[in-house]
Design a binder for this molecule. Sequence first.
Ligand code: HEM
Ligand code: HEM
Length: 152
Amino acid sequence: MAKDMLRMAVLYALLAIGIGIVMASQHDFTNKSLHAHANLVGWVSMALMGVIYQVFPAMAHSVLARVHFWLHNLGLPVMLAGIYAVMHQWPAAEPIVGTGSMVVALGFVAFALNAWLNAGQQVKLADAQDDRARAAQHAAGVSRPAAASATV
Ligand code: HEM
Ligand code: HEM
């Protein structure tokens, strides 16, 4: 979960920084809110939440983490598309911003619930075993090509 959050966060960082550079170079700040929220809700919040999932594994293993991930990542593109439309003289898009924002906000609610219920709890034994099995598989996958190349 931490990895998925980080991967999405860096995509938003690239998008937001791209918008920032275009704004600065054209001296047209119409997209300031789009840039600010792609950066702050996309990059900063998601990267921070990803680090939090890594620090508190019981949060990452909760179903609330999946719920949060999908609400955040489905709501945010809708919210940003709506902000873009409104800022470019299409006020009828306001309900789109509202809908996207509400979905993102529900994602934050799931994250907040997860923090209160699960931060600092022990990871369930079965989940911990899954993690160890995945780590072992990964280690085997990484070492195999090295071993193969050593025999050539
Ligand atoms: C190469 C990177 C970046 C460029 C070129 C850039 C460019 C800009 C520009 C041109 C503005 C409009 C300034 C104005 O209205 O006078 C702006 C506003 C803003 N930027 Fe960036 N930015 C960058 C990175 C970031 C990052 C990493 C963040 C946050 C993590 C960020 C957050 C904001 C915010 C919150 C505003 C709105 C400030 C306000 O309302 O006055 N920017 N940026
Ligand atoms: C669903 C979530 C959010 C909604 C609906 C929302 C809504 C808004 C609105 C309506 C504005 C005023 C925009 C304007 O006057 O142009 C604003 C500005 C701002 N918000 Fe948010 N916000 C959200 C999340 C966040 C988060 C998570 C952060 C920081 C981590 C943040 C930081 C800011 C900043 C710095 C500004 C001023 C920059 C600007 O002019 O756009 N917002 N937000």
